[in-house]
Design a protein around this ligand. Sequence first.
Ligand code: SF4
Ligand code: SF4
Ligand code: FES
Length: 322
Amino acid sequence: MAAELLDAPFDVYRFDPAHEATPRYQRYALHLPAHTPVLTALLAIRAELDPTLTLRYSCRSAICGSCAMVINSKSRLACQTPIGPELARHGRIVIDPMRNMPVIRDLVTEMRSFWTNYHRIEPHLKPNRARPPPEGKPNPMTPAEVARFQETPRCISCAACYSACPAVEADPMFPGPMALAKLYRFVVDPRDGATNERLARIQPEGLWLCLRCHLCTEACPKGVRPSERIMDLKELAIASQGATDPGSRHALAFKENIREAGVLNELKLVRQTSGLPGMAAQLGQGLRLAAKKREILKRPKPIEGHAEVEKLYEILDREEER
Ligand code: SF4
Ligand code: SF4
Ligand code: FES
């Protein structure tokens, strides 16, 4: 029996800088089965309705990573996104190019910043002289060593995470989730000899700009979970170098601050993160906040149930020691 055809309205971002000053959305109406991937629908538009529609794709099998785009506001692979659930949820399918990169034409973006950030982390093994490979043989790893980074090699460099990341949007210094996930892969590889050098470099080069929103992990089609690898990198950086950066000082100060009373002592947090010179630099902002919220000037009293907070910290401390 032939599959039922759905009314499938597509609103597709169109922009050709050679002919148009401003982008626009173009409506295409198709009739397709629910299981049709968005990429197949776009190729049908191009083949049957509009040969000028420009997009990037290759494998059509979620392998090459080239068809990432924004589908109904989420960054994902067009070849892996069926139209049925999108239509059921939104009534139409709105397609945009990936975010955080300039658009070349229609759905094709210029990915230079994504690749520059990737190369910035030096994504190759720097051999560990303390662990040379056996003469003429590969350098073996134990299953436990491989397990530490087994998710990161799944990455297909699609940039869906980079497109979804608000820290990339906010600060061009931020290397992006994929680059940091790849950095993690080399940091924990026992055959790599540059662990401390890599961690020391990445702290002032954007590691702490990550907002821990997990949008990259949500966007990733391959389960790389970049936000979790970034949290691991932060812990490794603190373990290797201590709190050498405002970001790491803030993380440690936050942890100890909450422990004291179960609630933030905001003045103390700023002092521990930025020191007295940093406090002085933020004086104007602090005074404005204090005018609205006078309690930030007082030392907070322990919250009700503070003993429970202390118990939680003891459990976390024991986990860290393992
Ligand atoms: S968790 Fe960090 S890297 Fe991931 S999207 Fe949010 S800000 Fe970006
Ligand atoms: S981490 Fe995931 S989303 Fe990011 S580039 Fe790799 S596969 Fe794509
Ligand atoms: S076309 Fe290759 S991942 Fe979609």
